[in-house]
Design a protein around this ligand. Structure first.
Ligand SMILES: [Zn+2]
Length: 179
């Protein structure tokens, strides 16, 4: 398993480099995350479980101008890459304020409102804005990612799960084509 996981990580690194997205590592983990210190994008090998958050997240992307119907997995991956691309534009003080801000948001009871407040946090918003702009202007690279994920995940899964994931990667289409 671990050798196969390494091949997925390597496939993502190769994808990033051949498309001019430099300086980050990819590591299989439990959830989507960007580790600033090690410049590493963590990604889950299983679908994330929180369906309501996934729906909110996708909705957020379209409300803020994403023109393509892209799976939540790919949106999430680009969000983390967006952190890698934008984090250097924030000062240490701004990062501290953002953290405090996120601490306060945790107390908002309504999960929908809490999700939106979180993604409107300066650092989160910068990552999403980068991701939306990149997806809208580089569909060839997004499709290359979908193909890369499809072939490397096919090696990881042997049951019906892969079909669900592969289907999600096949869904990329212009929003206006499916509206
Ligand atoms: Zn984030």
């Amino acid at each position: 398993m671990s050798e196969r996981l390494q091949r997925v990580e390597q496939a993502l690194e190769d994808w990033a480099i051949r498309n001019g997205l430099f300086g980050m590592k990819f590591h299989a983990g439990m959830e989507f995350q960007y580790e600033i210190a090690s410049q590493t994008v963590l990604f889950p090998i299983l679908e994330t479980e929180n369906e309501t958050t996934d729906i909110d997240f996708t909705q957020f992307f379209y409300e803020y101008g994403c023109e393509y119907d892209v799976s939540c997995f790919i949106l999430s991956l680009f969000h983390e890459i967006g952190h890698h691309m934008t984090i250097a534009s924030f000062s240490e003080a701004e990062k501290d304020i953002s953290l405090l801000d996120k601490g306060m948001i945790k107390w908002v009871a309504d999960h929908h409102e809490r999700n939106y407040l979180y993604w409107e946090n300066d650092i989160e918003f910068a990552a999403n804005a980068w991701a939306i702009d990149f997806i809208n202007t580089h569909m060839d690279i997004v499709k290359d990612l979908a193909e890369t994920l499809k072939s490397s995940f096919a090696e990881l899964y042997t049951d019906g799960q892969i079909y669900e994931i592969v289907d999600a990667f096949n869904e990329i289409a212009l929003m206006e084509d499916i509206a």
